[in-house]
Design a protein around this ligand. Structure first.
Ligand SMILES: Cc1cc2nc3c(=O)[nH]c(=O)nc-3n(C[C@H](O)[C@H](O)[C@H](O)COP(=O)(O)OP(=O)(O)OC[C@H]3O[C@@H](n4cnc5c(N)ncnc54)[C@H](O)[C@@H]3O)c2cc1C
Length: 510
């Protein structure tokens, strides 16, 4: 039987592993427990055209694949790849039926699947589980299936590099030096939130797959596009404070207790997500060391506890009584649109290497992700990547839509100090966070050249090495895109330029 190594145990990796087992000898590697992933922390739900599901409880809402596609393309700000979006939306219903088959218990009302409406979706097409604990519902069901399957699982196992022979990926190198070989390697290593000091992502989100791929010369794409959520609790863990809290009337106030969002946008706190996120970041820069606060006190403790039980619990766990006192909030890195460049089968520019989920970039999210499309991406493309193994051609890397690559210099100065993660995160927040400009990005490139990747001798040093590689690639990509679009905002080029409506391809030079 041919063999596969899957790296990562989020929705994308576990779906791929379950799809493959029986036809392939599957090894699933993950650097923490099976449940430690962005997937486990996802809250709101999964977007899908419920009308097209086979589940007997699937209601008929009049929703269509065309509508889901249209909403996704609008969010992507002119950069989404139409083919990969079409596949996501058309194959989503079958992927959700499969998740239900695998034991995911989406919420139901009288047997019918419950379905929520989210901003920028034309239909109430958001399936959820456990109220706002959708990610946990998916993760634990898939973990049960993985545990009872023939998949060989190795937890607490950090992959540090790809093994490449004759221009082909033939396996992975583990922390400690062990080499594992397989016919195919699938990277499902998730996002990169730990590039920034504030992130909704858990500690595992250190861009490992992308870092390894860049070091190996594999093509990456759209690395300048990062989605920031406007309000997370400014406390360890950066728990997400839903937009619905502002929707209920909570206000944002500066260090002197004044509302500031109306100076930024006529809709104040209810302006579009990226505008509010930038407004908060700019206010934070004006009052260094003093937090921006979300004032929900007018809503009353009783209402808050009932309407937002999970946020209420998170606030209380951090010692905040948000019914009585405004809480400190900050924008936080939330989702990475960029990643390892793949086609619609998860194939990368390197034979034998595949990527899927948040680690990958097949262009479907374009410059900005539509809410609730990423769990769906893991389920749909986690299935497709196994189909893609039947025709293992490397992706054609460059064409009109994916033009000639930006080259990132990864060469380290051996005399430089090892990178310090806290300093790197602060630099990235200031220069490549919500608002960027040419001089700051150039200074950041120079600053990142003044440090070097540490010798990899433990999990943290392996992560730091990846964060440094990816940080260099992000700032270089952000400098190259001289316009504002989706998750990439340049104060020196604030307009969107139709002539730049194409993806960016990135390769390393080391
Ligand atoms: C707070 C929060 C709320 C969200 N809410 C939603 C939502 O409502 N709807 C939605 O669609 N999306 C949501 N998202 C986004 C979504 O959760 C992620 O995009 C998605 O789960 C990514 O899945 P994945 O399988 O690609 O990666 P992940 O779930 O992040 O899994 C990555 C895996 O790779 C492993 N790994 C990483 N590096 C290595 C290495 N070097 N060696 C071995 N293993 C490694 C990790 O340990 C982990 O198991 C949310 C995200 C967060 C953080």
């Amino acid at each position: 039987m041919p063999s596969i190594i899957v790296v990562g145990s989020g929705v994308a990796g576990m779906t791929a592993a379950l799809e493959a087992v029986g036809s392939y000898d599957v090894t699933l590697l993950t650097k923490a427990t099976l449940a430690q992933s962005n997937t486990r922390y996802a809250q709101g739900g999964v977007a899908v055209v419920i009308d097209n599901m086979k589940d007997p409880g699937a209601p008929k809402l009049g929703d269509t694949v065309e509508s889901h596609v249209a909403n996704t393309l609008v969010a992507g700000a002119g950069l989404s790849d139409k083919d990969t979006v079409g596949i996501l939306c058309a194959e989503g219903p079958a992927a959700m039926d499969e998740l239900i088959e695998r034991g995911v218990k989406f919420d139901r009302h009288d047997g019918e699947l419950s379905h929520g409406l989210e901003a920028a979706h034309d239909y109430p097409r958001i399936l959820h589980a456990g109220g706002d604990a959708t990610g946990a519902g998916i993760a634990y069901a898939l973990i049960d299936r993985v545990r009872e399957s023939d998949i060989s699982v190795r937890t607490q196992t950090t992959v540090v590099d790809l093994l490449i022979e004759d221009d082909r990926c033939v396996g992975v190198m583990l922390l400690g030096g062990e080499e594992l070989r397989a016919d195919h390697v699938i990277l499902a290593t998730g996002g990169a939130g730990q590039l920034f000091p504030y992130s909704t992502n858990p500690a595992i989100a250190t861009a490992d797959g992308l870092g390894m791929a860049l070091r190996a010369g594999v093509v990456a794409a759209d690395l300048e596009f990062y989605q920031f959520h406007p309000t997370s609790l400014d406390a360890p863990g950066n728990f997400l404070v839903s937009e619905a809290v502002r929707g209920e009337g909570a206000t944002l106030i500066d260090a002197d207790g004044n509302r500031f969002m109306f100076d930024v946008h006529p809709d104040g706190e209810l302006a579009p997500r990226d505008v509010v996120a930038r407004g908060i970041a700019m206010q934070m820069a004006k009052q260094p060391g003093k937090p921006v606060r979300l004032d929900a006190t007018a809503l009353g403790a009783e209402f808050l506890a009932k309407r937002f039980p999970n946020i209420d619990a998170a606030c209380r766990a951090q010692g905040f009584d948000w019914g009585e006192v405004p809480i400190p909030v900050t924008p936080a890195a939330h989702y990475y649109m960029g990643g390892i460049r793949t086609d619609e089968w998860g194939r990368t520019s390197l034979s034998g290497l595949y990527a899927v989920g948040e680690a990958a970039c097949n262009g479907l999210h374009g410059a900005n992700r539509l809410a609730s499309n990423s769990l769906l991406e893991g389920a749909v493309y986690g299935t497709r990547v196994i189909e893609g193994l039947k025709d293992p051609q490397p992706v054609v890397a460059f064409d009109d839509e994916w033009p000639a690559p930006i080259t990132v210099d990864l060469l380290d100065d051996p005399e430089a100090d090892d990178v310090n993660r806290t300093d790197l995160q602060r630099l990235m927040w200031d220069a490549a966070g919500l608002a960027r400009n040419g001089p700051d990005l150039e200074a950041a490139i120079a600053e990142l050249k003044r440090c070097k990747a540490p010798t990899v001798n433990d999990a943290k040093s392996a992560e730091d090495a990846n964060l440094l590689v990816v940080a260099r690639a992000v700032v270089t990509s952000a400098l190259a895109r001289k316009e504002s679009r989706g998750g990439h905002y340049r104060t020196d080029f604030p307009e969107t330029d139709p002539a730049q409506a194409r993806h960016s391809s990135v390769v390393s030079h080391a």
